[in-house]
Design a protein. Structure first.
Length: 187
């Protein structure tokens, strides 16, 4: 297994809805702005709705580079954000996830739904299989991911994964902590 490349680009998985707590959007905005200010390219699902739109608009307003990837069937639903630095339309969801992951050096997961969980577990599975060493930050805004972290612990405790699985994701309380963790990787 090779070492991860120099940190230049961060893939953000997050909800296409804003969620019930305004803190979710605030963290999305803080993360987008912080990535731009750190000179890190935002890679994300190219939507202009929910937390996806919040993180992208904040990155753009702070002068950041944005790379969005969206499958054709979601262009209307997620309101494809065509004013990004780079906007890619794929044929399938699988292709979208592959392009996003191939174009990042680290992952940050904000609150989200089934799609965000799918993306997170795919990269965790790939890490478990030794296919990458990219860091994954779980942005636990307002305790949103607490039940997920308990589930991962349960999976390990019940013998369905090695202890290493829990170490493949770094839970952080908010966007500021995620940005500090990313900065530490660059230093």
């Amino acid at each position: 297994m090779t070492q991860p490349p120099v940190l230049k680009s961060v893939c953000v998985y997050c909800g296409s809805r804003p969620g019930a707590d305004p803190a979710y959007a605030r963290d999305a905005e803080d993360l987008g702005k912080g990535l731009a200010e750190a000179g890190l390219r935002l890679v994300y699902g190219a939507g202009d709705v929910g937390l996806m739109g919040s993180v992208a608009r904040a990155a753009q307003q702070a002068g950041g580079e944005t790379f969005g990837v969206i499958p054709q069937h979601l262009v209307a639903w997620e309101v494809g954000k065509t004013d990004l630095t780079r906007y890619v339309v794929t044929e399938t969801m699988h292709e979208r996830k592959k392009v996003m992951f191939m174009n990042c050096d680290a992952v940050a997961v904000l609150p989200g739904g089934a799609g965000s969980l799918d993306e997170l577990f795919e990269v965790l599975t790939w890490r478990q299989l030794g296919l990458h060493q990219k860091p994954v930050f779980l942005v636990n805004t307002a305790g949103y991911w607490d039940p997920l972290m308990q589930l991962i612990r349960h999976v390990v405790d019940q013998g369905f994964a090695d202890e290493t699985l829990a170490g493949y994701v770094t839970p952080v309380p908010d966007a500021a902590a995620a940005l500090a963790g990313l900065k530490a990787l660059r230093d």
